[in-house]
Each structure stands twice: as C-alpha cells, then as structure tokens.
Design a protein around this ligand. Structure first.
Ligand code: SAH
Ligand code: SF4
Ligand code: F3S
Length: 445
C-alpha cells in the first residue's frame, strides 16, 4: 500500500544518552529533507520511535507505544522503529505488527529519507546494515539551536561482551570518530548555544584517534583540545569502562580546568565470582584501586556507577559484597537494575536464574543504601558556594534549575538570571534528588 509523503515528524527517544543524541541527528536529517517538527499536541505524519533493547521492559514499551499511535478513525501516522530494538529484531517487527512501516538500525539512520521514499512507493523499508562508511560523514551538519548542555557522540559500539548485555550486538564493534570531526562538531554546538558538552560513547574512555599532527591520542588529549575552545565552559564524558581508565585520563581530572569533577564508572557487582561470570574483566579490588587513584587526582570528584542485582547464580553472600562495595566507594549517585535476560546473550542461558521476589528484595536494599549515600553527598554541599549552569525552567514561576559541577540539580528563584548563565549560588538545603540555592553574585566564570 502506498502512503502520501509525510510533512511533519516527531522523534521519541528511549534508553541512553546516545539515543537522545541520535534522535537529535534524525530530527536534523528530517528537517533538511524539508519536513517540520509537529507542534506540541498536534499529530505528526511520521513518528520515529528511537528504541532501547537493554532490558525487557524497554522492549515491551515500544509495542505498547505503537498500539497507542492508532487514531480514533482507525488510521495511523507513518511509523518508524529506530534504535537498538530495530537492530535486534529487524524485519521480525514488521511481521509482528503491520502498523510499522520503517525499521532502521542505529548505524543506518542516515538513510531514513530514502526509507520514507520506499514506504511512499509501497516498498519494504527495513535497514539494519552496519555500513563500513560511518553515518556521521553522511549526516547534515548540526543545525538546530542547542540548549546550554549538549551531547556529542565520539565513540560507538562495544567489544567488551559482558555476558548479560545486548549492546555489542545492537551497536556493533567499537569505533572512534575522527579528532577533527569531533572538534568541528563541538565548535558548531558552541556557536549554536552550548556552554557544556558531554562526550558520549558506550565506552567513551576507549576513544582513540590521530590529532592534527598525526599522533595517536586518547580521550585525555581530546578533552584537552576541547578545553582550548573559546565559549565552552564545561566538559563531561560518559560512559567509561574501568579497563580503559588510563593514568592520562585520571591526570586530566587534576589538570584540565573545564573538565567537571564527575566520573560515571560502572562496576555492576561487588563479588569477584559474579564479575567473572559477567565477563567484566576487572576485579572488585582493581576497580576500587582506580577510584582511589581518581580521588587522589581530584579529591572532590563525585563518583557514579551502575549495578545489576540478581545476575544468574548470585547468592545472598555475593549480593552482600555488592552492598559492601557501595559502602567503600561512597558514590554520589548511581543507577541500579534487576537483571533482565536478553535473547542471544550468554547469561540468558545460564543455570540458576534468580527468582523475581529475590531480585525485588535485593534491588530495594541496594537502592536504600545508594539513596543514603546520595543524600549524604548532597547534604555535604549545604552552606557551600558553587557555580551552576542554568539549564531549564523549574515547575514554579520564576524558578530555574541548574547543575553543579558534581551534576546535582539546584533549584533557584532567578528573576535576574537566564537559562545558559553560569552563576554562583549558595546552597541552602539538600534533598535526596536535588538542592535549593540562592544567587550569590552575577560575576561567575
Ligand atoms: N557501556 C556502559 C553502559 C551500558 S548499558 C557500561 O559498560 O557501563 C547501561 C547499564 O545497563 C549497564 O551499565 C548495566 O548496569 C545495565 N544493563 C545492561 N544489560 C542489562 C541487563 N541485561 N539487565 C539489567 N541491566 C542491564
Ligand atoms: Fe554492555 Fe559491557 Fe559493553 Fe557496557 S561494556 S556496553 S555493559 S557489553
Ligand atoms: Fe539502550 Fe541501545 Fe543505549 S540498548 S542503552 S539505546 S545503546
């Protein structure tokens, strides 16, 4: 069946920050094709669901979202499933539901305009290629106005093959974008309004590339080059793998003024036997030693991590080791998840899958411990003066929300300040998830 060419679009991204970045690039691509974003509340002619495959719940959400796109008269917009579910399921999606017109993987979305043409012409539009030519070279330049805080993907894919994880299958092998392409894009983002750039990668600290002089460099050198860009105030990077945490990168935390004192370094579990079964290729001790070195370089650094509870075979005693690593690491914030068996991953076929009620109980205990640390970390900033970057409006009239160097949200009443400003604030109080502050002066950096 043919369809008329869509004029308006809406892109909805799920999952990690890299998907948010991809969603922005797809929006720019559709704009370059002459389409316009659907205004709020209006129905788009094309809906792109930019999906995540990391846990089962994330996948279920996609199918329920597709169902909801049906209109009262039985018609529906053109629907594209992009992202990691598209890569993992491919044409299985169009077999399972006739409502989906386009399936496009994370390495093929630069071809979205051609796929739309295919649908209009009544052809099948499934593309889960991982082309040798990087999509980045074929996407239009950064065109949209940027918020004060922008994402910039510098590395994609993963060669680590943790036994629970789908990312190596959905995103492909580790690839680093070239030095000059990254710096050009950073300059474009700064011109478009960005004051902070977060470098993204599934293993961002595995980034390598040649600088202008042809020397092989790591992420630390790229960060130092970004530090020299006028107009940029803050640099962050995420997500890092413990095995790629080089001494040079640790030293950058001591030396690079614009690099924020924050490190997201997932450990996943506290027991060496579980870490081995996960194929993490680092131990509890080697991980804790990295944290020590990072703290020695930058004593005020805020640490963050990811945890999985209920990995197959995890005993009560092994879970206790996760609780004890949390006590030792003193995280400022963390994400924690119940293990979700993913099709095609080795852990999904392991014996001793853990019962749901045991996982629930472990997650509750872990989150209670993590919340205690997060609250304590926030509490320790009360009474201090710090700089925040104002990023968005708050819920109350006149209220703005900014971020501290340690990534905490601060609510302020800001009649005299605007989004994009860097201002000094005095922290008045702290809750588990955010802080309240008062403007101290307008002369901050
Ligand atoms: N590359 C990053 C993050 C990948 S996905 C890293 O290695 O740290 C983000 C987080 O999702 C992971 O850190 C892990 O905690 C969680 N995760 C991945 N696969 C999962 C699964 N099968 N079940 C539950 N949580 C999972
Ligand atoms: Fe997944 Fe492990 Fe790769 Fe992270 S390092 S993306 S958890 S396989
Ligand atoms: Fe999800 Fe794919 Fe990111 S599986 S977490 S969207 S890399």
């Amino acid at each position: 069946m043919t369809q008329s060419p869509p004029k308006t679009y809406h892109v909805k991204s799920f999952g990690c920050q890299m998907n948010v970045y991809d969603g922005e690039r797809m929006s720019e691509l559709l704009t370059a094709r002459g389409m316009t974003p659907a205004s709020e509340g209006a129905e788009a002619d094309l809906v792109v669901l930019n999906t995540c495959h990391i846990r089962e719940k994330a996948v279920d959400k996609v199918y329920s979202d597709i169902g909801r796109l049906k209109r009262e008269d039985g018609s529906r917009p053109m629907i594209a499933v992009a992202g990691c579910v598209a890569q993992a399921e491919g044409s299985e999606i169009t077999r399972r539901t006739k409502a989906v017109d386009i399936v496009v993987g994370p390495q093929a979305y630069h071809r979205l305009p051609g796929l739309i043409d295919d649908v209009v012409a009544g052809r099948e539009a499934v593309d889960t290629d991982m082309p040798a030519h990087s999509k980045f070279e074929l996407l239009p330049g950064r065109t949209r106005r940027s918020g004060p805080s922008a994402f910039l993907t510098v590395q994609e894919g993963c060669d680590k093959f943790c036994t629970y994880c789908v990312v190596p299958y959905t995103r492909g092998a580790e690839v680093s974008r070239p030095w000059s392409a990254i710096l050009d894009e950073a300059r474009a983002l700064i011109d478009a309004g960005a004051r902070e750039i977060t470098l993204l990668g599934q293993n961002v600290n595995a980034w390598t590339g040649e600088d202008e002089a042809g020397r092989m460099q790591g992420l630390d050198a790229l960060i130092r080059a970004l530090d020299r860009l006028p107009g940029l105030a803050r640099i962050r990077y995420t997500t890092s793998h413990p095995n790629d945490m080089t001494q040079e990168l640790i030293e950058a935390h001591a030396e690079v003024p614009k690099l924020m004192p924050f490190l997201h370094l997932p450990v996943q579990a506290g027991s060496d036997r579980i870490l081995k079964a996960m194929n993490r290729s680092h131990s509890r001790e080697s991980y804790l030693r990295i944290l020590e070195r990072v703290r020695a370089a930058r004593s005020d650094i805020a640490l963050s991590g990811d945890f999985i509870v209920g990995f197959p075979g995890e005993t009560d005693a092994e879970f206790e080791e996760t609780l004890s690593i949390v006590r030792e690491a003193r995280y400022a914030q963390c994400f924690s998840f119940k293990y979700s068996p993913r099709p095609g991953t080795p852990a999904a076929d392991m014996a001793d899958q853990i019962a749901a009620d045991v996982m629930d109980e472990r997650l509750q205990r872990l989150q209670a411990a993590l919340n205690t640390h997060q609250h304590a970390f926030n509490q320790a900033t009360v009474g201090k003066r710090t700089t925040i970057l104002l990023e968005r409006k708050g819920r109350h009239p006149g209220q703005l929300i900014g971020k501290t160097p340690w990534l905490q949200s601060v609510h302020i009443d800001a009649a005299s300040a605007a989004i994009g400003d860097l201002i000094e604030v005095d922290i008045l109080s702290a809750g588990p998830n955010s802080l309240a502050g008062l403007i101290a002066s307008r002369q901050a950096a």
